[in-house]
Each structure stands twice: as structure tokens, then as C-alpha cells.
Design a protein around this ligand. Structure first.
Ligand code: ADP
Length: 480
């Protein structure tokens, strides 16, 4: 198959969260299975590994002509990556800066969607273009205008007639909403307005939900939840498309493997966990905590966003501090939570360490160095950090929602099964109880603790199974 994955984020070039990880890793797995696959994403800055192809394209958007260029590289797995070059992408943030989201995001991502279609037709990848018989795998609202452009501009002109579109749903919390008058900037006929109209506003995600051939949510539970109560107002529309909607869990990339991870103090495997203690010591040192091998150390790596439920952890911190545990938090986002954790680590520096910002290496060091991982997300489409923490022998304590419910099995001493603790309902009390069970097991039953670690480390979170499922969806979208 010929597959074009279109995304605002493709790791390692651009990432704010799981969207970037998925769009970096899935193409590799697909390329490894023999498909011609390329990503198309913005060229946010100069990427030294990507070369200018010399191909240019012009689009009329928001009342003006805009020219884009296309840079290209190929990764070690054989997947291609095309980066769309336009001045509006070269800014400090992907979506916004400290004063909020960029005001021209609708333009920036409409441009990306149009450029991705031209890229398929015109950008040579080692001599050959992807062509028009292609599956566009678009992702979240940013690229959800692509099916509209195919239907409104290309297909009426006899182009891309056999192309299919699959919309990946990584987070229903963002719709790409703007005032109705912005529709005029999109350069499509007024008869398409109903596909974008949501309560009198323009809603980009709705367009994709309506016009894409197939929809993929990033876990089976999330696929159900978004037709029920977690669709942020789009539940009815999603329920109407239930027959075209599936849930496919994300896998994790080979860069998240404690046996080979270059970011951590010592490598380790399920057969020999001794390196993990060195990672813990190194993390305690780096974060200025007391260096104590026996003190349970909890890790958090997250966007400090309402979604992630980090406020529940902040409410529990007086209790946590009394339990004589340590806590390391890496995150950025909410000013209030950032200040809270900064303040807490200043007050009890031997017990709490906080790093406010984005730090890829530290994220790996926390996964490896912590004893357990906290992820009380209010909703979680798939979640990657709980997969990483299981892989790193760091049992996760999670709210049983979305992909967390699908991937973390609560430890059962009776059966010896389980990889962590999945609690419900979402409450400080239920989180406290789950942490209580983890502490009890860690302190009183080290053999059981190790069994939980090994269950998690041996869990298959590779992309192979998921890539097979995506292939089936692509074939269905193509009508095969
Ligand atoms: P989401 O996509 O909602 O942010 P996921 O758990 O799916 O949540 O993915 C989060 C990804 O972003 C993980 O790879 C995680 O390590 C990374 N991440 C989140 N915040 C930070 C941070 N402050 N520094 C480094 N990595 C981060």
C-alpha cells in the first residue's frame, strides 16, 4: 500500500505528546512490513537530516497565494518524511507560545492539509512519487480538513479518485474551533459549510469525522467512551459512525527499551534488574533528593493539563510526604500546578523534585529510576507513559479510563497476574487507596513487587500487532 501519514507532530522532529510518538513510530512499523509510507508534517525549524527537494506548490488560502517547499529524508526503517516549508511554521512553539495558541493555526494547518495532498502527487521519494492511489492517515483536528480538500477541490477535477482517508483520533478535547466567518479563508465552495458547521461555529474535527472513510481511536475503550460521554459534544456524530470506528492501541518505539536506552545511568533487562537501582540513585542525585535505595520513589511525566489529573496528586501530597516516599515530577503546562510543584520541592527538597519544562532525557530517567509511576488521567485516549513504565519495570498506578484501562491490569496476589494498579472512580480517595496497595506490596512483599515488574517488562507493547490492525483499516478504507 501507499500510505501518507499527515500530522502536526512527527517524533523525533516535533513532539509535544503521544501524537508525535505515534506518527514517528507507526510509519516505521509499516515501512518494515513493505509498504511505501511517508509522513508529511511542518518544517518547524531547520532539520539537518532533511534536504530541499526543490518542489514548490502554491495555494490560495485566506485571500492570498502562499508558496510552500518540501524537504525530505528517510529513516533507518525505510519510512520517508516530508517537511512542508513555510514561514508560518518557524516559530518557538508548535501550536502557540506563552501568550496562548497562535491566532493563525487554522491557516497553518489548512495549509498543511493541502500541501500533504500535493506532496503525494509531486514530491519524489528516491525518484518515485507516492501518487494518487493512496491512503491518507490524518490525525486529530490539525489535518482533518484533508478529506474536505480531496472532495471539494481534487476529486471534482478527476484527481485522487481512488484515494482513501483514515482519521486518527488521539484526543477529542481539541476540535479546532473558530468563528464562522473564518470559513471564507478555506477556499472551498459555500456548499461545504454544513460539514464544518457545529452550533454556528467552524469545527475542523467535525469535518474529518463526517468526511473521512474510516475512524481510528487510539484504544478500544476510548473508541467506546467517545461515542458515550467523552466526545466533547461530538458523541452523537461518532455514534452515527460506529460502523466505521475502531480502537487500535498504540505500540511503543524501540527507543523506549531499558536494555539499550542511552539516556539512563545503567541498562537492564528482565533477566537482570540490577541496573535499575543505579538508575534510581542517579535520579535521586539529579533531582537533589535524599539518596536512599529503600525509599519508594514515584514518578510523574505529563503535560500539566486538567486532562492528566495531576491536581489529584497535588491534593495528595501532604499524605504522600507523611508516607516517607519520594516524588519526581516532570511536566509543563498549567502555571498553577508548575508553581505548586516548584514550591513543594523547595519545601521538602529531599522528598520532592520538580522539573518544569520539556526534557526527553529526564523522561527516560524517570521511567527507569522511579519505583512506580502515577497517571490519574481524567480521560486518556491511549497513553504512552504507562506503557513505557511497564517496559521499564516501574509499575503504573492509573485511573481505569481509555487506553489505561486497556493496558494496565491490577495486580492480583491470588493469580500472580497484573502489571500495576488501575483504580476507579476518579477520586483522591481511590488514588490514595491504589498508592496504599502499591506501598504495602513494595515494602512488605518484595517478591510480589518483582513479579509485577517482570509482568510489565514482558508485556508485548510492540507496534507489530497494531500495524497489522492499521493495515486492515487502510484496506477497508480503500474498499479492498
Ligand atoms: P499525551 O499525548 O496526552 O501528552 P501520552 O502519555 O500519550 O500523553 O504521551 C506523552 C508523551 O510525551 C510521552 O512520550 C512522554 O514521555 C512525553 N512527555 C510529556 N511531557 C513531557 C515533558 N515535560 N518532558 C519530556 N517528555 C514529556
Amino acid at each position: 500500500m501507499r500510505i501518507v501519514v499527515v500530522s502536526a507532530e512527527v517524533s523525533p522532529w516535533a513532539k509535544t505528546g503521544g501524537l508525535g510518538d505515534v506518527c514517528g513510530a507507526l510509519p516505521k512499523a509499516l515501512a518494515g512490513r513493505g509498504h511505501l509510507v511517508t509522513t508529511v508534517s511542518p518544517r518547524y525549524k531547520n532539520y539537518p537530516d532533511a534536504w530541499d527537494t526543490g518542489v514548490r506548490a502554491r495555494f490560495h488560502l485566506f485571500g492570498m497565494d502562499h508558496e510552500v517547499g518540501f524537504h525530505h529524508c528517510q529513516d533507518e526503517a525505510g519510512a520517508h518524511h516530508i517537511f512542508v516549508d513555510h514561514p508560518s511554521y518557524q516559530r518557538p512553539g508548535i501550536y502557540g507560545d506563552s501568550s496562548g495558541a497562535y491566532g493563525d493555526n487554522l491557516f497553518r494547518f489548512a495549509l498543511l492539509s493541502r500541501a500533504a495532498i500535493e506532496a503525494a502527487a509531486r514530491v519524489p521519494l528516491n525518484g518515485e512519487c507516492v501518487g494518487e492511489d493512496v491512503v491518507f492517515h490524518i490525525n486529530d483536528w490539525h489535518t482533518a480538513l484533508l478529506p474536505l480538500y480531496l472532495k471539494a477541490i481534487y476529486q471534482p477535477a478527476g484527481r485522487f479518485l481512488r484515494a482513501a482517508t483514515v482519521l486518527g483520533l488521539h484526543n477529542l478535547g481539541h476540535h479546532g474551533t473558530s468563528a464562522a466567518h473564518t470559513f471564507a479563508g478555506l477556499d472551498v465552495s459555500a456548499r461545504w459549510w454544513p460539514a464544518l458547521d457545529f452550533g454556528g461555529n467552524l469545527n475542523v474535527l467535525k469535518t474529518g469525522l463526517t468526511l473521512a472513510d474510516k475512524l481510528v481511536a487510539v484504544s478500544p475503550t476510548y473508541a467506546r467512551e467517545i461515542t458515550d460521554n467523552l466526545g466533547f459534544g461530538l458523541e452523537g456524530m461518532l455514534a452515527a459512525r460506529r460502523g466505521d470506528l475502531v480502537g487500535i492501541l498504540n505500540g511503543i518505539d524501540a527507543t523506549w527499551d531499558p536494555a539499550t536506552d542511552p539516556h539512563i545511568a545503567a541498562n537492564y533487562t528482565p533477566e537482570d534488574l540490577s541496573g535499575k537501582l543505579l538508575c534510581k540513585t542517579a535520579l535521586q542525585r539529579r533531582m537533589g533528593l535524599a539518596v536512599r535505595p529503600d525509599t519508594p520513589l514515584f514518578g510523574v511525566v505529563a503535560r500539566l493539563d486538567h486532562q492528566k489529573g495531576i491536581d489529584l496528586i497535588s491534593e495528595l501530597t501532604p499524605w504522600l510526604v507523611r508516607q516517607e516516599v519520594q516524588l519526581v515530577v516532570l511536566g509543563s503546562g498549567s502555571r498553577e500546578l508548575s508553581e505548586f510543584f516548584r514550591g513543594l520541592s523547595a519545601n521538602v527538597p529531599r522528598q520532592v523534585g520538580a522539573h518544569i519544562g520539556f526534557d526527553e532525557a529526564l523522561a527516560h530517567q524517570i521511567e527507569a529510576g522511579a519505583d512506580a509511576f502515577l497517571m490519574p488521567s481524567r480521560f486518556e485516549p491511549c497513553g504512552l507513559n504507562q506503557l513505557y513504565s511497564m517496559r521499564y519495570g516501574t509499575p503504573p498506578i492509573v485511573h481505569a479510563t481509555g487506553g489505561l484501562a486497556d493496558t494496565v491490569e491490577t495486580w492480583s496476589p491470588a493469580t500472580g497476574r497484573g502489571t500495576g494498579w488501575a483504580f476507579r472512580p476518579l477520586s483522591v480517595e481511590a488514588l490514595r487507596e491504589a498508592i496504599g496497595w502499591a506501598l504495602y506490596t513494595y515494602r512488605k512483599h518484595p517478591d510480589a513487587w518483582q513479579a509485577i515488574q517482570l509482568n510489565g517488562m514482558r508485556r508485548d507493547s510492540s507496534w507489530n500487532q497494531s500495524a497489522l490492525r492499521y493495515e486492515a483499516v487502510y484496506r477497508a478504507a480503500l474498499g479492498e
